[in-house]
Write a protein that binds this ligand. Structure first.
Ligand code: NOJ
Length: 962
């Protein structure tokens, strides 16, 4: 971040810079080029509520261990019990009063069953002293939480019985052949989610549940400031804590599991590590969720980064389950593993198999305890259940899946157009060129530096000629300048976040110097900021302009941990602490709403954001922030992108090339070769780095990079089809191996290889020694085909490959059908009517299947049925194309079919056919033709090519090989 400030003050247009600002800048300058300043960010010990819960946990874990005798009902030292006669079943919700043995403040517990088997557990004081922030549900859940499909009361049954001398209440819900039940023990309080009578997700079985009830502040000399309950200091900042302690924590154990994933954003491995020290591989800090602008972040670290998704998934060979802890305040999560827990003997059904568990401990600073338990039982179920809560990723604008060329900064209009024409000259397709903060008039967003950009409209129109788009950065801080219309309007209308006593606008520093922040919790302010993106407000913007929201954690250079003070006030009187992790998402939403409503009829927006929360997938893409041009960062980008996909945030990528520093040609080449497999594919670089557009690297690097980018474009139909699938099923786009091969225990922690959808396995080369040997483990009893050479391999097997910079290891899975577009164009927009090539990768049993989804890529007409979605299935040497079951014969469908009437399949390639065949019989609309086959390659790896079968993409047809 410091480098960024250096650059900022060296621009001529900064204007007023306060003395204080300069002092801070010079202290920050000392950090230039150093790694993360850990001391700028709190550890759990330095975060009072985290520390209180962790200390409590240490004592409880010891006590509970001493009590645990391996009984069905957990024996813990928890001080919380259900009050006698307080349990009742109200429709789909079990209600109970729970109390601490000494505190005597009744807490209301609610357990609700949803139709899918998801259980929602909520807890807060029965009568809180002041209301707790409970709008997270409105901001995160589908239809503001009003439309959650709860189970019908008749399908639920409550049984109260005494087990192991403990009174228990079991709510059971029958679904299909499974029984889902939640068993609550009265004293001490604990809760087991049982699937077919076997505990999977378990709450408070370690006794770590602790709820800090809201209380009156004691007389000032008694108020406990030492433990940070009523005031907390960090470096030079004081957090006034007007509500005192209000945090809560709880242990959640995953019984029978060894691996948990998700809870991004961290730069840590895919399979989450233990966090309570001990093992040399373990962290000694919990995973932290608190959106922060971390300068030069460290790898392999549970420190917080720019985004937070409190969704964790556990997987074993029998099932997949999930936990969604819906809280927008600062949250910490400890993870530990038990090799064998005492439940083992009770539930291993007579076998001597040990039962492992992953124990997690979640702690949030404020708000309401609101957690969803997702029972699976398989991965697709978990993603359906999660998408039902927070909505899946909607279909993005098609161009946004292409290549994005970014840098801080393309200097001026001429530079932009010259980069664009250079890419064209070198036959490198790209879709979007980006402008960073320097394009503005002194960091006043929605304006242009008119000396550098004399005619932005002409520039956008010129880009549009070849289907290219422009993205401008529009950050959330607003320069305090009464001559700046945007600031003036927001200030006059009272739209800014306020200081702790609500009397003034909260002020801080960011790129423009003194700034204010629009309060997105104020609906009027949101509507107003959305309108700023409309073409009549955003001067010299066109429909060809899209937006990048950066610094929206929010980043406040002079704030505690480089963010907003926790006691700043939002609309409704809420403290920033209550809503911190959701702030960035609301700006992302407001921007996307603005772009969506700027045209009529609406078009899909494209907005990239740095900060995020659960639900951000609805508003656009995310990138992993300021990485570094080092091999280790290239490697770390894989688990980062996968962890987000596991947590339902699909449209994500890392800056290709690394933001800080100068990658050498090899690193940059390898980064492109991996980057084409990120769902969001953008090259970006810091202002102090050397220019690194692909043609500047010279040969052979330029050719390797061109090949990689073209491979992305060739497969755009596959990517778009995957996004379509995700928009319906919630399934990740890029997938850890365990998602596709759920029984292969050896792959549960694999992150050196991953799947793109279910048909492509990528084994990236990420070593600085670019001539290396890479081990590939081909999973499952299936054929795998090198996607370029079509050489085939049979899994399960391990093979070693010697690679050099020209080699990438990418394999198509036998049994898949993939549609591609293979003509080179300078943008995806120009490919919209191009013909397709269909690849059939024959599976072991001689069959294959896949899907192709196409629509106009821009509008919402697909919601009216204006799309083509084909099921492509191959068996007995015949490829059939049929409309998918989603296809509906609506007027919009018919109209779209007409538009696409001439779009055809220009080639069919069947890979892995054993029998030599000679001809293809093509049948479409009652007309039959024969075409001679041609073969390429050696016997076993032969590919058989049907040239120009000329079948139409919107029609039913069959191609039979004989
Ligand atoms: C920080 C962002 O992470 C980076 O991508 C951007 O270039 C700079 N801000 C300047 O806007």
């Amino acid at each position: 971040m410091t480098n960024l400030i250096t650059a900022q003050i060296s621009t001529p247009k900064v204007g007023y810079i306060s003395v204080l600002y300069l002092a801070a800048v010079s202290s920050l300058l000392a950090q230039v080029c150093s790694a993360v300043k850990r001391e700028d960010f709190r550890t759990c010990e330095q975060s009072a509520f985290c520390n209180r819960h962790r200390v409590f946990a240490e004592t409880m874990l010891k006590k509970t261990q001493a009590l645990d005798k391996g009984s069905t009902i957990p024996q813990t030292a928890s001080p919380y019990s259900v009050l006698e006669n307080s349990v009742s079943l109200d429709g789909h919700t079990l209600v109970a009063s729970v109390q601490h043995s000494e505190e005597k403040i009744p807490l209301k517990f609610e357990l609700s069953f949803m139709e899918s088997g998801v259980v929602r557990f909520r807890a807060q004081e029965e009568e809180p002293l002041t209301p707790r922030f409970d709008d997270t549900q409105k901001l995160v859940l589908r239809e503001e939480g009003t439309a959650l499909p709860y189970a019908s009361p008749g399908s639920i049954e409550l049984v109260t019985e005494v087990i192991d001398k403990v009174t228990t209440h079991t709510v059971s819900y029958l679904k299909g052949n499974s029984t889902f039940s939640v068993r609550m023990a009265e004293s001490p309080w604990s809760l087991d989610y049982l699937v077919d009578n076997k505990p999977t997700i378990r709450l408070n079985t370690k006794g770590l549940f602790r709820f800090e009830y809201l209380r009156q502040k004691p007389a000032s000399d008694e108020a406990d400031t030492a433990s940070g309950e009523w005031e907390e200091k960090f470096k030079t900042w004081t957090d006034s804590k007007p509500n005192g302690p209000e945090s809560f924590g709880m242990d959640i154990s995953f019984s029978g599991f060894e691996h948990v994933y998700g809870i991004p954003e961290h730069s840590s491995p895919l399979s989450l590590k233990d966090t309570r020290g001990g093992d040399k591989n373990a962290y000694d800090q919990p995973y932290r969720l608190y959106n922060l602008d971390v300068f030069e972040y460290e790898l392999d670290n549970p420190m917080a980064l720019y985004g937070s998704i409190p969704f964790m998934v556990a997987h074993n060979a029998e099932s997949t389950v999930g936990v969604f802890w819906m809280n927008a305040a600062e949250t910490w999560i400890d993870v530990t593993r038990e090799k064998s827990n005492t439940l083992g003997s009770l539930f291993s059904r007579g076998s001597t198999k040990q039962m492992p568990a992953v124990n997690t401990h979640w702690v949030s600073e404020s708000g309401v305890l609101d957690v969803f338990l997702l029972p699976g039982p398989n991965t697709a179920d978990v993603y359906r259940q999660y998408a039902e809560l927070v909505e899946p990723t909607p279909l993005p604008r098609a161009f946004s899946l292409g290549y994005h060329q970014c840098r801080w900064n393309y200097i001026d209009q001429e530079d932009v157009l010259s980069v664009s024409s250079k890419l064209e000259e070198h036959e490198i397709p790209y879709d979007v060129i980006w402008l960073d903060i320097e394009h503005t008039d002194g960091k006043r967003y929605f304006t242009w530096d008119s000396a550098k950009f004399p005619d932005p409209t002409a520039m956008q129109n010129e880009l549009a000629r070849a289907g290219h788009k422009l993205v401008n950065v529009v950050d959330p801080h607003i320069k305090r300048d009464s001559a700046y219309r945007v600031w003036k309007e927001a200030s006059d209308n009272g739209y800014f976040v306020k200081t702790r006593d609500g009397s003034e606008d909260f002020q801080g520093w960011c790129w423009p110097g003194d700034s204010n922040w629009v309060d997105y919790f104020n609906p009027d302010a949101c509507k107003w900021i959305s309108e700023q993106f409309h073409i009549d407000h955003y001067n010299q913007s066109t429909e060809n302009l899209f937006v990048w929201n950066d610094m929206n954690e929010p980043s406040v250079f002079n704030g505690p941990e480089i963010t907003m003070d926790k006691d700043a006030r939002h609309h409704g009187g809420w403290e920033h602490r209550d809503v911190h992790n959701i702030f960035g998402m609301l700006y992302h939403k407001a921007t996307a709403d603005g772009l969506r409503t700027r045209e009529s009829p609406s078009k899909r927006p494209f907005v990239l954001s740095r900060a995020y929360f659960a639900g951000s997938q609805r508003y656009g893409a995310i990138w992993t922030g300021d990485n570094t041009a080092e091999w280790s960062h290239l490697q770390a980008s894989i688990p980062m992108v996968l962890s987000n996909n596991v947590a339902g945030l699909h449209f994500i990528g890392a800056d290709v090339g690394g933001f800080f520093g100068n990658p050498d040609q090899k690193l940059l080449t390898r980064w492109y070769q991996l980057g084409i497999w990120y769902p969001f594919f953008r090259a970006h670089a810091h202002i102090d780095t050397k220019r690194r557009e692909p043609w500047l690297l010279g040969e052979p690097y330029l050719s390797h990079i061109r090949d990689a980018i073209r491979e992305r474009y060739r497969l755009l139909p596959y990517w778009y089809t995957l996004f379509r699938e995700a928009s319906i099923t919630g399934m990740p786009i890029v997938r850890p191996m365990w998602i596709e091969f759920p029984l292969e225990t050896k792959l549960f922690a694999e992150q050196d290889a991953f799947m793109v959808g279910s048909a492509i396995m990528v084994v990236p080369a990420t070593d600085s020694n670019t001539n290396q040997v890479i081990d590939v483990a081909f999973p499952s009893q299936e054929n795998w085909y090198d996607i370029k050479t079509h050489a085939s391999y049979i899994g399960p097997a391990k093979r070693q490959f010697s690679v050099d910079l020209s080699t990438t290891l990418v394999f198509a899975r036998g049994g898949s059908v993939i549609a591609t577009r293979e003509r080179h164009r300078s943008s995806s927009d120009l490919m919209k009517r191009d013909p397709f090539t269909v690849y059939v990768y024959v599976g072991r049993n001689g069959t294959a299947g896949g899907r192709l989804y196409v629509d106009d890529g821009d509008t919402y007409d697909y919601e009216q049925g204006a799309f083509i979605e084909r099921e492509l299935s191959f068996s007995e040497a015949k490829l059939t194309s049929r409309a998918s079951t989603q296809t509906k014969d609506t007027p919009a469908y018919q109209e779209y079919l007409k538009k696409m009437a001439t779009v055809r399949v220009e080639r069919l390639v069947v890979v892995g056919l054993r029998n030599p065949l000679t001809k293809a019989t093509v049948a479409e609309n009652g007309v039959t033709r024969e075409i001679e086959l041609s073969y390429r390659g050696a016997a076993n790896d032969a590919e058989c090519v049907v040239r120009d079968p000329a079948v139409h993409i919107g029609e039913d047809w069959e191609i039979t090989l004989s």
